[in-house]
Design a protein around this ligand. Structure first.
Ligand SMILES: Cc1cc2nc3c(=O)[nH]c(=O)nc-3n(C[C@H](O)[C@H](O)[C@H](O)COP(=O)(O)OP(=O)(O)OC[C@H]3O[C@@H](n4cnc5c(N)ncnc54)[C@H](O)[C@@H]3O)c2cc1C
Length: 381
């Protein structure tokens, strides 16, 4: 049985059909190079922009397609199935950064930044994490102080996705006193900003094509109109409001990855022979795949329901946290078991399952660790 997501439409079928062909033809052949250089080419961002795959749910007036979140979900699923090297960067740029600007930006800010992000001319990043604080965002130490006509920003960020490529970075900075109420979101444009410096493109165990960076702010400047939301001290509340969408995007990627792992492993085990028979005919192999397919289907049905609720603006943070932790946990288990069924070949880079295994691991950590997800769910009990 082929399961069709409840949020799919005929219009989206047409979009995805073209999009998948574009990904396989125009982007997938460059993925090895991106992994080696630890960066997705800017030409790929532009091409994704031309396809309408960046910022699809942003109104047309700001360069998007004016579509629903279903388009964001479809883009992430298709990237994860065909060119997973681009999933994380696009998800941050399109699903997170653009929506902060859309939801909290002034008309002038939206017109200034969103069309460039939709075309891929500008790449966006969000810088929350610091060397001394990740899960506990209230501990952010980067400061933004008003001096003359500017905010002057000082501090250090780390683990920032798109950090090497970014033209525009939403920086979580302290404009006031200690705790959550002192935090604001300020957009820093990187071009010609003397006090801004990119550090290392960090050496990770997986997600090789996704750049992850240290960023340094040493009297970096941003005009006061780059404050998001118009009022200092709103940063923490703004971060909390965007969490359901951010967490759901990670769950969507997890489900697509589980489905791909089961698909690839089913094909492999039908071909590979041991003891005179295809290995899928061993009951252990078939039962493992049966279990993983069941879990992938359960995850899909739950995530589809979450997508519908998000489109209806009814997805709460607790439910999104359930989707994030459970789907990422199942993604890691699925990748591990599917690798096992590949035997030694599963440990070789030339088999995608090897990369899916290492790439999956971060899903339990970023976007809020799975422990933090459980903490939020537990608080609602
Ligand atoms: C590849 C990659 C990309 C990333 N991209 C971005 C990005 O674009 N922007 C950005 O701002 N950040 C990004 N991050 C950072 C990421 O969000 C953080 O690493 C994550 O939130 C965890 O923070 P931490 O690393 O400081 O761990 P810590 O907060 O130090 O946590 C360490 C351990 O303690 C546990 N822990 C902490 N508090 C509690 C608690 N209250 N109860 C139980 N357990 C707890 C955690 O769950 C974890 O297991 C990225 C990280 C990576 C690795």
């Amino acid at each position: 049985m082929t399961y069709r997501s409840s949020w799919m439409t005929e219009e989206l079928d047409v979009f995805r059909d073209q999009f998948r062909r574009f990904l396989a033809r125009d982007l997938a052949p460059h993925a090895d190079k991106w992994r080696q250089q630890k960066l997705v080419d800017r030409s790929a961002w532009r091409a994704l922009g031309e396809m309408g795959a960046l910022l699809p749910s942003v109104p047309e007036a700001y360069g998007g397609l004016g579509a629903s979140f279903a388009y964001d979900a479809a883009v992430i699923e298709d990237l994860e199935s065909v060119v997973p090297e681009a999933t994380t960067g696009v998800s941050v740029h399109s699903g997170i950064v653009a929506h902060y600007i859309l939801n909290y930006g002034s008309e002038e800010q939206k017109l200034r930044w969103l069309p460039k992000m939709a075309s891929g001319e500008f790449v966006g990043a969000i810088a929350m994490t610091e060397p001394g604080t990740g899960s506990d965002l209230q501990g952010v130490r980067t400061t933004a102080k008003k001096q003359g006509n500017n905010y002057v920003i000082n501090g250090q960020k780390t683990f920032i996705t798109n950090g090497q490529a970014a033209d525009l970075i939403i920086v979580v900075a302290r404009t006031g006193g200690p705790g959550a109420k002192g935090l604001s979101l300020i957009v820093v444009e990187t071009a010609g900003n003397d006090g801004f410096r990119r550090g290392r493109n960090l050496d990770k165990i997986g997600l090789q094509a996704s750049d992850t960076s240290e960023l340094f702010f040493d009297n970096a400047v941003a005009p006061p109109e780059n404050l998001l939301g118009g009022e200092e001290g709103s940063g923490f509340a703004q971060l909390m409001q965007q969490l359901p969408q951010e967490r759901l995007l990670l769950a969507i990627g997890a489900v697509a990855s589980m489905e791909r792992a089961v698909r690839l492993t089913t094909d492999y085990t039908k071909e590979r022979k041991a003891f005179g028979q295809p290995i899928i005919e061993f009951q252990n192999t078939a039962f493992t795949l049966a279990e993983r397919k069941t879990e992938a289907t359960i995850a899909r049905v739950f995530v589809d329901w979450c997508i519908e609720r998000l489109i209806a603006r009814e997805l709460d943070t607790v439910t999104a946290s359930m989707a994030k932790w459970w789907c990422s946990q199942k993604q890691v288990e699925t990748a591990d078991e599917c690798l096992q069924l590949h035997g030694g070949y599963g440990y070789m880079q030339e088999y995608p399952i090897s990369r899916m295994f290492v790439d999956a691991r971060i899903q339990k950590i970023y976007g809020g660790t799975n422990e933090i997800m459980k903490l939020l769910i537990a608080r609602s009990l």
